[in-house]
Design a protein around this ligand. Structure first.
Ligand SMILES: Cc1cc2nc3c(=O)[nH]c(=O)nc-3n(C[C@H](O)[C@H](O)[C@H](O)COP(=O)(O)O)c2cc1C
Length: 399
């Protein structure tokens, strides 16, 4: 009958469509490397550090979970040849992002984030972690990259101690950066004071901004910063170079950005990765600039509070200490269910950003201080996937 025939045609059409979608998905899944083991996530397992008996390696395995600018993980570790309980942290000059961070300020903040995680892991596991910053002297600013190679940022010495329970420990195993929308819930006075009291020294202050007038003004500046950055090809290109579009590259490099950074997971991940592998232009040039502006807009549109770390001085030691405080803030935030995302563009020191940077600084650090970190904070609407991490042994070099 006629009705049966047209039903047959529709059913066949649907069947054909379903098969096409499944075949396409399998193709994209394969191209994206979906069958590969995700070695770049190994360090996020709590069992990971247990395979090492040397406490320096065990604690470093937690240090590398910390946030770093552009996820560059710019850390080089060296054992102290004269003391089996000491090791050194150096800034890895091969991980400089000089276009976006010409003063290497974010690079130094990222040294501090690592150190704080080592401290927290030590507290939990019975190690008194003593950190001496720039133990062999400060950097020569005229010969900075050479200084990074030759002068350690920190000497870390472990002394056996009583293990202490710290709520910050479990928080280290959560992604530090959440770029998802946040709920429109105000931070409570308790949450604000818990964050603002993280810094115990007068030269580094933390301020939470939750009033609408501040949030609107900061959001406008953040968007101006993002739009400016999107229009500077060399900065965008630098970011694009470290984008890893598929599992092959993520396992190969294990640092930089990937689609997870925008909260992509589940079935969408292999689809997007497959597409980006076949059509890299989807995330480069103009498309990358538009994606960046759009994602920043999404972030600022759902931000119940901004937080700033402001310092009186801007020397290397202060930058490292700001990074330690940033890690403490992230971990303290996690214990209260808060998520965070730095929005650094407006703080960046390359020439095109200068007018916006100067205006922002005059508004929020009028007395000649430096805003080391600006980030949004709130209760996230979604969980973030983990970002890549290198193997801990890859950070250790022997002289
Ligand atoms: C100094 C510094 C600056 C950062 N700036 C930004 C930023 O502007 N935008 C952003 O989304 N994330 C920023 N981040 C977060 C890093 O991109 C993030 O830590 C890294 O990709 C690893 O991800 P995870 O923190 O979730 O482990 C920054 C982190 C640091 C330490």
């Amino acid at each position: 009958m006629k009705g049966d025939k047209s039903f047959d045609v529709v059913a066949k059409g649907l069947f054909f469509l379903a098969v096409t979608i499944i075949v396409l998905f399998i193709i994209l899944f394969t191209i994206s490397g979906g069958f590969m083991k995700q070695n770049y996530l190994n360090p996020w397992s709590k069992e990971y550090s247990k395979r090492y008996s040397d406490p320096r390696i065990c604690l470093a395995a937690r240090g590398i979970l910390a946030a770093s600018g552009h996820n560059m993980q710019p850390w080089t570790l060296k054992y102290d040849p004269t003391d089996s309980m000491s090791f050194y942290l150096y800034a890895n000059r091969e991980r400089i992002t000089k276009e976006v961070d010409p003063e290497y300020r974010q690079m130094m903040i990222s040294q501090g984030t690592f150190l704080e995680y080592v401290l927290v892991a030590g507290e939990k596991e019975g190690w008194n972690v003593q950190i001496k910053l720039f133990p062999n002297g400060e950097y020569d600013e005229g010969n900075l990259v050479h200084s990074m190679d030759t002068l350690p940022v920190a000497k870390i010495t472990l002394k056996s101690a009583q293990p202490e329970d710290t709520p910050l420990y479990n928080a280290m195993y959560m992604p530090d950066t959440n770029r998802m929308p946040y709920w429109d819930h105000e931070l409570s006075p308790y949450e604000i004071s818990s964050l603002e009291s993280v810094s115990e020294t007068s030269d580094i202050s933390i301020k939470v901004y939750k009033e609408l007038s501040d949030r609107s003004y900061i959001s406008t500046c953040v968007m101006k910063g993002a739009t400016t950055e999107a229009g500077v090809p060399r900065v965008m290109e630098e970011t694009n170079t470290i984008f890893r579009p598929n599992e092959h590259q993520k396992n190969q490099y294990r640092y930089g950005f990937s689609v997870e950074g925008q909260g992509t997971y589940g079935l969408m991940k292999p689809v997007l990765q497959g597409m980006l592998t076949i059509f890299p232009s989807l995330n480069s040039g103009k498309a990358a600039s538009q994606n960046f502006i759009k994602s920043t807009q999404t972030s600022v549109d759902s931000t119940p509070a901004y937080v700033m770390i402001v310092t009186e001085r801007n020397d290397r030691m202060t930058q490292v200490r700001s990074g330690m405080i940033y890690s403490q803030l992230v971990l303290t935030g996690h214990t209260m269910g808060l998520a965070m995302q730095p929005l650094s563009q407006v703080l960046e020191e390359y020439p095109e950003m200068n007018p916006i940077y100067t205006e922002f600084k005059q508004t929020y650090a009028p007395e000649g201080g430096t805003i080391q970190m600006l980030f949004r904070a709130g209760f996230p609407k979604g969980r973030m996937p983990f970002s890549m991490r290198q193997d801990v042994m890859g950070f250790f070099v022997t002289q």
